[in-house]
Design a protein around this ligand. Sequence first.
Ligand code: EPU
Length: 337
Amino acid sequence: MQIQEDFSLRQLNTFGLDQCARFFSEVYSTEDLTEVLRWCDERAIPVWVLGGGSNVLLTSDLEGMVIKIGIKGREVVEETEDHVLVRVGAGENWHEFVMFAVAKGWGGVENLSLIPGTVGAAPIQNIGAYGVEVKDVFHSLEAIDKKTTSLVFFDSKGCAFGYRDSYFKGQGKNRYVICYVTFKLSKSPVYNLTYGNVEDMLHELGYVEPSLTAVSETISFIRRQKLPDPSRIGNAGSFFKNPVVSLAQYQSLKDNHPTLQGFPTKDGMKIAAAWLIEHCGWKGKRWGTVGVHDRQPLVLVNYGQGRGQDIVNLSQAIAKAVMEKFGVPLEVEVNFW
Ligand code: EPU
């Protein structure tokens, strides 16, 4: 167990915010993790768990321990004629895992190419893109209960997945540290090209037929066109969730704004937060050292010198404008620390 003091987190969060952790430790196994958790427990030190740092907003220095999950490994634990179960360390980079699955010819995660972050963080917010969510390929996960340091298994039902949501953002919040995730991938992939312009783009890129590589490269191409690269401009992907409104509210919004699109869900109509933000005039707006991305207004960016609080203030101004103009509350997707 190695513990560092007054550790800068600048390189470890994709907003590039320069805040410090009083204590910091990277753990490479469940045993390492248990040891650090006990050390903190004995001293009553609060704990924050960091994956790829791609969905957190640091608003101040952290007076406690930040544990970075560095648990690695990819292991096939079951293989049949039509599927494989792969158990992956929570500290593996998500996109590298996707590339590994694509190279092996295993389908299921290719639409989730180029999503920043780690494997362990993926189930927490049930990451999703281009018509696929992690819950569609999820088999089970192993986590350490912070209170008891015992190992707990979760199946899909136990995770209570929802749109950018799970048990780990609700009742189980801050209680478990995910160590391994097992995915069920298909040896005879079924391609999902129905979202937006994915299929057209695949052909435009010169692919005659879909393949895992073709789909993965098409998704990566679309993402690179629309989303800023965090290694160049600090950001945490979508800052807000897409709001779900009642059918009646959707209809009245649509009557006034015919270009608004809705996607039916079991709870009502999901509408594009990007559209709402754009139609309040915020797309591409710069606010000192922070701003709203010019190609995807759902993404807030740090041009370099911004502070977490600047981004909080910007997000509140946007949410207020959307509420005043459309009467729709925006819910933040990113975690504030
Ligand atoms: N739109 C606008 N103006 C814009 C951009 C988009 O009005 O400048 C509207 C359009 O109506 C468009 C709709 O927004 O049809 C949807 O846009 P897009 O397909 O880019 O997706 P999104 O709803 O903005 C969600 C996820 C993304 C994911 C994409 C693709 C959320 C909060 N975000 O964004 O996830 O990559 O779909 O599937 O669900 C993330 O979570 O960090 C993330 C990037």
